[in-house]
Design a protein around this ligand. Sequence first.
Ligand code: AMP
Ligand code: ZN
Length: 475
Amino acid sequence: MSDAKDNCLFLQDTMSRGKCEVFAEKDGVLRFYCCGPTVYGAAHIGNFRTFVAQDLFRRVTECNGLKTLHVRNLTDVDDKTIRGSVKAGQELEQFTTYWTERFHNDCEKLGLLKPHVEPSAVAHIAQQIQLVENLLQRGHAYTSEDGSVYFRISSFGEYGKLSKLKSRDLSAGASRRTTADDEYSKESLGDFALWKGRREADGENFWESPWGEGRPGWHLECSAMCREYLGDSFDLHSGGEDLVFPHHENEIAQSICSSGKPFARHWFHIAHLMVDGGKMSKSLGNMYTLDDLRGKGHDPEVVRYALLSGHYRQPLNFTISSLEAARSALGKLLKAHNLLGGGDPPSYEESLARGGSELGPFKAAWEALLDDLNTPKALGALFSTVNNIDPEGLASDEKEGLRRSFWFVLNAFGICLPKTDAPKDPPAEIKELAEKRLQARLAKNWAEADKHREMLDEAGWLVKDLPTGFELISK
Ligand code: AMP
Ligand code: ZN
């Protein structure tokens, strides 16, 4: 049975393990923080499952009449970004700027609303140092001989409350995740680095601090940026489920111990996108990027739909056939849009202005979204409604009302429909270029073939190799 009351959004809170009502504690603005990407390579669609679910949350919250303040950080200094920049022979900033731009491009293609603030770790070193000083003064942290500073988890009685791990499991888990360097002079295995003393492997990537040269620990940046943009206490904090421990547990400890105030009121975690039973991840090499999928002919709107087809609290198994199913579902929604009069759909802002009352037959779909963002149920309700639409007997204002209600739900989902069911036909010169590339490939002239692929790419076409030749896909 659904718990949804009229006009309330309910979400499962990781902290209380129960449903919480989403409301803004201050000024009618819902303040929420999302742990953002580590910008050292292309984000994969597993990362995007989390970012798309957070985007859905924001849309449903706003469509339900609340304003939001959405902060999502960029992790632009850590072991991975430093290692990546050294390998690429680039300065850290140049390296992370490149990957940040790629990330922004992908976000736009997936229809993600831009966060209101997107702070980066490197731009907030001073705030992070201040936080460490505060923790040292209050006895929650200690320095070590190599210039690092550690958080003393024994000083925070609530440590482990979010992840519900027993203290023995916590230190075992933490020790698996620490590097040999991190363990230097730690009082206890579970203690974690707030500040890392300068190491040779970091090259020129270090900052001055009261404890000597070094760089911040990963957990610290989120605590510092939450405080900077949302205050000590705010409404909601979110990330993929792998972040519950140790990252979010550590953020809670740092923030509460330094401010003496509550941190996030509620926690929203997204289950993983899986491939063959394992988490999709860069390190396992089982990842797909948006570009990989475009190369196979799957557009970003199809990927977004597929990512939203499962409930965010259940792991979602990724398959190419799930993309084909998503494409066919979007085709059906396009038919419904055309039945309701077609044309340019109402924008997200128009839907916001319209609000979620009087949705007629689309009410069930909207209510399913309000009930813990139950996307499978909402899509089921949406399809059963569109399957029953009979525009013949409708007066034009009734039809327009239905069209607006239909688009209210689609805009809350952030679903974007393809312009047409039919693939776009490439112009003659594009076909000619692709033919030249094929000939170069057959002659094993890879440099020439690559050059033609790049030219096609610049002209907005992806070329997919087939046993019988090639297929051209409009970007
Ligand atoms: P990262 O770039 O590794 O810092 O991760 C960015 C976000 O993606 C974090 O919220 C992670 O929890 C999330 N994430 C990473 N892998 C997956 C996955 N396979 N499925 C869902 N979310 C993921
Ligand atoms: Zn974080």
